[in-house]
Design a protein around this ligand. Structure first.
Ligand SMILES: Nc1ncnc2c1ncn2[C@@H]1O[C@H](COP(=O)(O)OP(=O)(O)OP(=O)(O)O)[C@@H](O)[C@H]1O
Ligand SMILES: [Mg+2]
Length: 1035
């Protein structure tokens, strides 16, 4: 329960789910109580600031000198101790544990797949078997506590380390964590709970996919949780899988098998919600792009180990949670969880599978939130969105988001191009790169904006400066949508709204000052400035009102002071731990406590009171309250503050009166947790006071009751002060209650503005990305590609975005190359597919990848590394590059190669862009040539797509010629152009690679040159040369 003496409006997000503003927090005052609770105390050991428990007796409400040397810790409110209640008699089967442990045990049984963290005062505790299992994993020592049912294991850590341990449990160990918070018991509940002040109820289950605002979340990536719905037929065994496979096999390229499964995914931290119908075959690719942190499947599938998608999920080791179907059945039933309605037209388009997936997802997420309300954005359907498909292998081999070799971000395409200044902008770029657009309109619009900011770089820079002032508004707003969000979040929101307003002003000025088009036709209306369209999407009217209300209500100064206070509290808590460790722990234990606690620990050790700016004692000195709201935030607040002021003045007057009456200038009016409202006198004044006996007999001193007397101090009750003090306390409680009411109304205003705020945030994110593109374009000399709806590709002077910068670091230059692919089969036209041969190390793979990357960059709206680019829109990028075993899945190198090739040949459409690098190299040259040619043939005759095909099997060129598949052969299948790279040798044995592509076939691979460069022993090289010479080959 809140005591009138608790400081106002604490800010403990981690500790008080969903009730940030008004939840009591563990104050330093309550440390002794916390320590004393259950007769155990915490000792730091094992990990930084990690505390464990040991037995220790503590007398309630009294300053005592204990082994932990708490005597110098300031003593404030001592929360009433919770008794170790006897075991409930009606549940005979339960062991005779203390009630707190019994409650935890029940919670563990109820949430049996979770690690249970139970809040007890200032700590989270883990009990019984879970303590034994997770204590060592979390590096916290496990203590044994004696109970009448025998010893039980327990481990704990201070509440402010929740994020740190959640990260280990959820992020690193992929566990589900149930957090049981303290809820105050009313008197009747208290009796039922064996006298416990609090009940511990699970307030939330945190799983990897259901993070909301945890500090350890990756700010640059979405945290998606996805439900996959498999209709009955796909669920079942092998025979149905074969049927599904047949359906896929018989389908035309790019016309994938019928929509067999439904997907729904959301990011709880932003409220983004999507659905998509897809097929078993495409599932792997969709998953690799969305990268869900957690996948939810119907519980019924849990027993079917070998269900249709188990291999796909196992291959990439997705984290799967099973959940029984809930009561949600229909799309309409989603509405209460959405911030707006789903338009009827859109609603009709959802397939049954998508709806089933969405129902499962929402049911699961709702269960994790344990009643915390959520407002998501209405679901968007990916089928409706025009996006380019990038298959799983391309995502990996093109190193879009991480490198193949180390799986790290640095070196990826995203890393190379990211210049965004906000976290939500970075997430949007991530999304764009995951789903490049196939809409000319969308791409052209983005390009327009980029062009505009290149033209006016000052404008771009000014916008960036303002964007830096905004906060991660998508996640910020969502916090309010989940009924979280505190006073700081409100201020951040107000700052973001202000930044948005300033951005709009900037854009408006830029539109006005834009020079009119000089096309000689003065009468013609100038086309709408792209900046205008951005402004049109921003709605500031209501948000500005909200921002004003926030600024008018929240006392920023007060908040800052509160944070200082909290920091010092945390410091004190750590210092306490350090003190205990020093006394009883090992030196090693001492090292793990944060350094910032050292001065505090020193004060404690030297038995000096902790004072100085920011110390709680100074700030909470009698009438020094900190409030979150300004007195003018509401009229009741104004009135209450006025009353508080007068009452404080009355207190001053009373002090003066009493000083005169008792002739005691040292008299002060105070409050103490154990004694209540007291008058305190010290020094010689103590002697001049009437003695306790005199007070008892003198009617004019009626009510004066001495509590403690020594030679130098006297403490006594006086009804005048008790009455006034109680009135002061009441006012403080009322003010706090009113502050909470004002806060609640601000929070609901945020929720009312949710849609507008999210839309505005989306515009800011887009501005971030396009301004970042413009900076990138200038910095890396990129050009604006021309996109069209044809099926050709012309890239003149193309470069590889990441290889180029890598070479530049070594002082080398990148050789530009052209690519011209056209769909027409005219005699003089170029091919649709290039067959590329040439020596090892001469740049074939680089060329293949660079063109795929340029295509992707162009379709996200970015400029591209080339002198000129004209690209027909691509619906999908496929690549078969490199080889990797998948022994986990019982797949050999060649098997993997064939699986990937098969997927491309089955899926690529005439709009797709395919790169195939050395298909068939995993087997004999004869078999390899056969398979490689067959694949090339399929691309030409069946898929009819654009593509690049690199090989060391020169026989393929002969087969192409034989089959009349060269451009010069004409006809419908004359689609292949031959290109090659070279090695230039001098007569002294020196050579250089010629990375410039030329027309023709190069039958020399010059493998031994690479072998030499790689340091193959001279002897081995000589043997290789002999072998080649014998077979009549050049080396
Ligand atoms: N256009 C270029 N300009 C400059 N250097 C290049 C160029 N293309 C490739 N390189 C350099 O050559 C190296 C090898 O290129 P790449 O792997 O593309 O050759 P390759 O022809 O595919 O060889 P292999 O046949 O052995 O697979 C690259 O790592 C890069 O350093
Ligand atoms: Mg290669």
């Amino acid at each position: 329960m809140l005591s009138p003496r608790l400081p106002p409006v604490p800010r403990l997000r981690i500790a008080c789910l969903g009730q940030t503003l008004n939840t009591p927090r563990a104050l330093p005052h309550s440390i002794p109580a916390t320590v004393g609770r259950c007769g155990v105390r915490y000792v730091t050991t094992g990990g930084p600031g990690v505390l464990m428990r040991q037995r220790q007796t503590q007398v309630r409400g009294k300053k005592t000198t204990t082994v932990v040397k708490l005597d110098d810790l300031p003593q404030g409110l001592i929360a009433p101790l919770e008794p170790l209640a006897p075991e409930p008699r009606d549940e005979d089967e339960e062991p005779a544990y203390p009630t707190v442990v019994l409650q935890a045990r029940r919670n563990m049984q109820k949430f049996d797949n979770c690690v249970l963290l139970t809040r007890v005062g200032g700590f989270y505790e883990i009990y019984l078997d879970q303590a034994n299992e997770y204590g060592p994993l979390l590096n916290i020592k496990v203590a044994q506590r004696k109970t009448s049912a025998g010893p039980i294991s327990m481990a704990g850590f201070p509440f402010f380390q929740l994020d740190r341990f959640l990260k280990i449990l959820v992020q690193d160990l992929n566990r589900h964590v149930a957090i049981a918070e303290e809820f105050p018991n009313d008197p009747s509940e208290r009796i039922r709970a064996g006298g416990l002040m609090h009940t511990r109820r699970v307030a939330r289950i945190v799983t990897p996919g259901t993070l909301i605002d945890e500090n350890f979340m990756d700010p640059y990536a979405n945290n998606y949780i996805m439900a996959i719905h498999l209709p009955e037929t796909s669920v079942s065994d092998d025979s149905t899988r074969q049927e599904a496979q047949q359906a896929i096999d018989t389908s035309q390229p790019a016309n994938l098998a019928a929509n067999q499964i439904g997907l729904a995914w959301l990011d709880l931290s932003t409220g983004n919600f999507f659905t998509q119908p897809t097929t078993l075959e495409s599932l792997g690719s969709v998953l690799s792009r969305i990268s869900p942190r957690e996948i939810v499947l119907d519980k019924a599938l849990e027993l079917k180990e070998d269900h249709a998608i188990s291999s796909i999920l196992q291959e990439e080791r997705y984290l799967v949670s099973y959940c029984p179907k809930g009561e949600l059945k229909k799309l309409e039933e989603w509405i209460p969880m959405l911030e707006g309605k789903i338009p009827v037209k859109t609603a009709k388009k959802f397939t049954d599978n998508e709806v089933d997936a969405g129902c499962l997802l929402l049911h699961y997420v709702r269960g994790r939130l344990q009643g915390l309300s959520m407002k998501l954005q209405p679901p968007r359907r990916y089928e409706n969105m025009e996006v380019m498909n990038i298959d799983k292998n391309s995502m990996r081999s093109l190193e879009i988001k991480q490198t193949i070799r180390d799986g790290v971000f640095k070196g990826s395409l995203l890393h190379t191009i990211r210049r965004t200044v906000t976290k939500s902008g970075a997430r949007l770029l991530n999304d764009w790169l995951t789903f490049p657009s196939t809409s000319l309109e969308v791409i052209n619009f983005r390009q327009e904006l980029v062009a505009r900011f290149i033209q006016d770089d000052d404008l771009g820079d000014a916008i960036c400066t303002l964007l830096r002032r905004s906060h991660d508004s998508q996640r910020l707003v969502q916090r309010f949508a989940l009924n979280r969000g505190d006073a700081d979040d409100l201020l951040r929101l107000a700052n973001t709204i202000k930044a948005t307003e300033d951005i709009v002003t900037l854009l408006q000025a830029a539109i006005k000052s834009r020079p009119k088009k000089q096309d000689g036709n003065d009468k013609e209306e100038p086309e709408k400035d792209c900046l205008e369209e951005m402004i049109d999407r921003i709605n500031l009217k209501q948000p500005l009102k909200l921002a004003r209300a926030i600024r008018d209500a929240i006392d920023e100064e007060g908040l800052v002071q509160q944070h200082q206070l909290e920091d010092s509290e945390t410091g004190e808590m750590i210092a306490l731990a350090q003190e205990i460790v020093k006394a009883e722990g090992t030196d090693e234990d001492g090292l793990i406590i944060p350094k910032k606690a050292a001065p505090l620990a020193a004060s404690i050790k030297a038995k000096k009171p902790i004072t100085g700016p920011g110390s709680w004692r100074e700030i909470y000195g009698e009438d020094n309250e900190l409030w979150t709201m300004k007195p003018g935030a509401s009229s009741p607040l104004t009135r209450l503050h006025a009353q508080l002021k007068t009452t404080k003045e009355e207190k001053e007057k009373l002090t003066e009166t009493l000083r005169t009456r008792f002739n005691a200038s040292s008299l002060t009016l105070r409050w103490s947790s154990g004694l209540g409202h007291i008058c305190h006198v010290k020094g010689k004044d103590a002697k001049s006071l009437p003695s306790p006996e005199e007070a008892d007999t003198d009617p004019s001193l009626s009510g004066m009751r001495t509590l403690a007397a020594s030679k130098t101090t006297r403490t006594f009750h006086l009804p005048e002060w008790t009455t006034l003090g109680e009135h002061l306390d009441k006012l403080r409680v009322q003010i706090r209650a009113e502050e909470q009411r004002v806060f609640a109304s601000l929070r609901s205003s945020v929720v009312l503005n949710l849609v507008r705020l999210r839309r505005n945030a989306a515009v800011l994110d887009e501005l971030d990305v396009v301004t970042s593109f413009s900076r990138l374009a200038v910095e890396q000399n990129l050009v604006r590609p021309v996109l069209n709806t044809a099926t050709g590709t012309t890239i003149i002077g193309g470069r590889h975005p990441t290889v180029e910068s890598g070479l530049a670091d070594q002082g080398r230059t990148f050789q530009k190359n052209d690519l011209i692919l056209s769909s027409s089969n005219q005699k003089d036209s170029t091919g649709r597919i290039w067959l590329i041969t040439g020596p090892n190390m001469a740049g074939k793979s680089t060329f293949l990848r660079q063109n795929a990357l340029i295509t992707i960059l162009a379709q996200i709206g970015c400029y591209v590394p080339a002198d000129y680019a004209e690209l027909g829109m691509v619906d999908a990028i496929f690549s078969r590059v490199g080889s990797a075993d998948n022994l986990f899945q019982d797949q050999s190198t060649f098997m993997v190669e064939m699986i990937e090739t098969a997927a491309i040949l089955r899926q690529a459409s005439h709009r797709s862009f395919v790169i195939m690098d050395e298909v068939g190299r995993g087997t004999t040259p004869e078999d390899g040539t056969a398979v490689a040619f067959a694949s090339l043939n399929h691309l030409v005759r069946v898929n009819k797509c654009r593509g690049l095909f690199a090989t060391h099997f020169h026989g393929i060129s002969d087969l192409v010629k034989e089959q009349g598949m060269r451009v010069e052969d004409g006809g419908p299948d004359g689609a292949i152009d031959m290109y090659c790279t070279d090695v230039e040798e001098d007569d002294r044995g020196g050579f250089v690679y010629v990375h410039k592509l030329r027309k023709g076939t190069n039958r020399q691979s010059h493998a031994l040159k690479v072998a030499k460069l790689a340091g193959l022993p001279e002897q081995a090289i000589r043997v290789a040369q002999e072998v080649l010479a014998k077979s009549g080959h050049h080396y």
